[in-house]
Design a protein around this ligand. Structure first.
Ligand SMILES: O=C(O)[C@@H](CO)OP(=O)(O)O
Length: 326
């Protein structure tokens, strides 16, 4: 299988000038500073360690910010549940529409399926359907932590959303909303009915707009253009977190996730044309030794197979069982 998008070396990120150097604990260079700034903000006056999962954290006394948490991490991808425009069969793209009742149920079901898989950090797009999906899925997680959206749109938003209790911080999961993970911008197709558009322009033309890698819809983004921002964001902000040992959940969209999966699975531009993602379906990857290993879709919390993915995941589930049975 040819490699279209190569795994690039993880680059270091320097603190921006606007942030005082003294605010930065020494960290592995592969930990994105921007993200740590955000984490730091939520940690406020606490220990300055990264947000840790107490279940996975080997020792609560060692400042975790100074060492890699683990050489293995889980990555869960979820396409949002059905939206009101999916239901109406309209091209949606970057139009910000919410989930339907069915979409809400799908998100909750996805949450049940990943409820025993560790999540330390959540990335969503800036669109409500992805954010709703992440939040609803997390209501089912057995860790019972609270997902908290980090607001960095202004200094004031950052300051006003500080959390001043370390205990509370430990019981929370930061949620980072990034426009780069938004759905592909569908240009002049946004709001049009898919079936009517196929009748007007021909099935073949509409299929090329929807699924080809290089061909953009009128005044919109091709999958290639979408990949330029979504995969770059993944490489710069998400992969370093996985390399650090943080377990990540990404809730995003059909096409932004297709571009990320193309990168993870090293699909060719031809192969990605037949990649379809169902709404609300979680997909699990294990990141180890700088490689992504696809593990399919977790079936459900009661299925034994889910816990056989890796020793680390089995241990996590066992710890959850012990903690919750106490
Ligand atoms: O309308 C959209 O934004 C997308 C995802 O729902 O549609 P398509 O499957 O055609 O890429």
């Amino acid at each position: 299988m040819a490699t279209v998008v190569c795994h690039q070396a993880i680059t270091s990120h320097r603190p921006s000038n606007s942030f005082k150097a003294s605010h930065f604990p020494k960290e592995p260079l592969n930990v994105p500073i921007k993200l740590r700034q955000k984490q730091f903000k939520i940690q406020a006056t606490a220990s300055q360690a990264p947000l840790l999962d107490p279940v996975l954290s080997p020792s609560k006394n060692i400042p975790q910010s100074y060492k890699k948490k683990s050489n293995e991490a889980s990555l869960i991808l979820i396409r949002h549940g059905e939206s009101l425009w999916n239901e109406k069969n309209l091209f949606t793209g970057c139009v910000d529409v919410p989930l339907t009742e069915k979409g809400i149920a799908e998100a909750i079901q996805a949450g049940k399926r990943i409820s025993n898989i560790p999540v330390d950090l959540i990335f969503t797009s800036s669109l409500i359907r992805a954010q709703m999906t992440a939040m609803l899925a997390m209501t089912q997680h057995r860790c019972k932590k609270v997902p908290i959206i980090l607001h960095d749109e202004s200094e004031k938003a950052q300051t006003w959303s500080h959390v001043f209790s370390e205990e509370t911080r430990k019981q929370s999961i930061p949620v980072i909303a990034a426009w780069q993970l938004n759905e592909r911008m569908y240009g002049e197709l946004q709001g049009l009915n898919k079936e009517e558009t196929a009748e007007r322009y021909g099935t073949q033309q509409v299929h090329e707009w929807r699924r080809s890698y290089h061909i953009p819809p009128p005044k919109g983004e091709s999958l290639e253009m979408c990949a330029e921002r979504a995969v770059a964001y993944f490489e710069d902000n998400i992969q370093p977190e996985l390399a650090f040992g943080n377990n990540v959940l990404i809730a995003a969209h059909g096409n932004s996730l297709r571009s990320i999966i193309m990168y993870l699975d090293k699909l060719t531009s031809q192969e990605v044309t037949s990649l379809e993602l169902s709404t609300g379906l979680p997909l699990l990857y294990i990141f180890k030794d700088r490689k992504f290993m696809r593990r399919g879709s977790p079936v459900g919390p009661t299925e034994a197979g889910v816990y056989a993915y890796t020793k680390r995941l089995a241990q996590y589930r066992q710890k959850l069982d012990e903690t919750l049975n106490q």
